[in-house]
Write a protein that binds this ligand. Structure first.
Ligand SMILES: C[S@@+](CC[C@H](N)C(=O)[O-])C[C@H]1O[C@@H](n2cnc3c(N)ncnc32)[C@H](O)[C@@H]1O
Ligand SMILES: [Zn+2]
Length: 351
């Protein structure tokens, strides 16, 4: 079944037109808008789950038994076959592994650091707890910016998902994710600002991703579109601009969110907020001290080394902080809301 999505014009401050760089484009008349600043509105909501061709934007129904983008997928409208790398379909190949929003060189370092590190372990527990508490019935899960698969690996183990899909802009992250994840987890390369899936998922998650994206509201709109009506969304972001440090620069953060900022953006997109709280409140004094010392320290030759120091903790300190954060997570999952903390988690539902 084929649906044509409509095109609407936005003002000059709107999102830049995405121009895919497929060599195969040559000679093909693409169904892309020709004005400088345009965006596509979602197809009608009653059409069911669809994939959008990243080149011509024509929408195609997705059969529940097929992959969201089967390998060698070819759009019958513009007759272009999407590129793939290591059997992972690329929907925005011109952006893959560019240093934009995140440095792909950090994936291997992070994949190693995050396994037992107290901060990552606590965040996994919090996210999995919220999935179970708010969305016990969800059967189709989408992660945006899944990196090397740290969180989706834990979410995959929570229940027997009908469909579980990880998306990420950088193929080097997806390659590491492919190695660690079971084959039923589908992986595709996607720029969150151009989400090519609509009306498919019961639950989506973006864990420390939105702060990397200049146009975070475009990503939020895409996530909203990818959900079924009633579908849920869980997002974690760093907060408090006064905690900004070299770690944020190195990580290519566009912002640390101020109180209420993420919630407002979600509501503007049509979400209802179910739960919102700061987290890692227990670490706040340590974080503030660490930031203060880093500001006073002589600049290192390699500022990345300074940022990475936050990951180097002795096993004793790691186990103490793990048990402190375990208690905090347990209280949060019982409904406690913390006024301050290095990060924020927001749970929302599509109306
Ligand atoms: C701090 S990492 C978090 C990775 C993963 N969510 C986790 O929690 O382990 C941020 C991720 O966002 C991804 N990202 C940044 N901009 C993106 C975009 N426009 N579309 C999709 N992913 C993006 C980065 O490539 C990176 O994998
Ligand atoms: Zn097409």
């Amino acid at each position: 079944m084929l649906y044509r999505s409509t095109v609407r014009e936005v003002d000059q401050d709107g999102p830049a037109l995405y121009r895919p760089a497929y060599p195969a484009n040559e000679g093909i008349v693409l169904n892309l808008p020709t004005r400088k600043q345009t965006m596509h509105s979602p197809p009608p909501t009653d059409v069911g789950a669809v994939r959008l061709c990243p080149l011509c934007n024509v929408a195609w129904a997705i059969d529940p038994n097929e992959a969201v983008f089967p390998s060698n997928w070819r759009c019958s409208s513009c007759d272009v076959e999407l590129e793939s790398k290591d059997r992972i379909i690329l929907t925005a190949p011109d952006l893959a592994d560019m240093i934009s929003g995140f440095d792909p060189a950090d994936f291997a370092f992070l994949a190693q650091a995050e396994r037992d590190h107290f901060w990552f372990a606590a965040r996994r527990r919090l996210i999995c707890g919220l999935v179970d508490r708010f969305f016990p019935e969800a059967a189709r899960f989408l992660e945006i910016g899944c990196g090397s698969g740290n969180v989706i690996e834990a979410v995959a183990q929570l229940r027997a998902w009908d469909r579980i899909v990880g998306t990420e802009i950088h193929t080097s992250g997806l390659a590491l994710a492919r190695e660690r994840l079971p084959s039923f987890v589908e992986l595709i390369q996607v720029d969150a600002r151009r989400m090519p899936l609509r009306s498919l998922f019961d639950l989506a998650g973006a864990f420390d991703v939105l702060e990397h994206i200049d146009a975070d509201e475009e990503a939020i709109e895409g996530i909203y579109g990818a959900l079924q009506p009633g579908g849920g969304f869980i997002a974690t972001v760093p907060q408090h601009p006064w905690l900004w440090s070299v770690s944020d620069d190195i990580a290519h953060h566009e912002r640390r969110y101020v109180s209420g900022q993420l919630e407002s953006k979600l509501e503007r997109a049509g979400f209802t907020i179910l739960f919102s709280t700061s987290y890692t409140v227990s670490l706040l004094p340590l974080m503030a001290l660490n930031r203060m010392m880093a500001r006073r320290a002589k600049p290192l030759q390699d500022p990345r080394e300074l940022a990475r120091r936050e990951f180097h903790v002795s096993p004793l300190v790691n186990s103490v902080l793990t048990s402190v954060l375990n208690k905090e997570v347990a209280m949060t999952l019982r409904g406690m809301r913390w006024p301050v903390g290095g990060s924020r988690v927001v749970v929302a539902r599509k109306l």
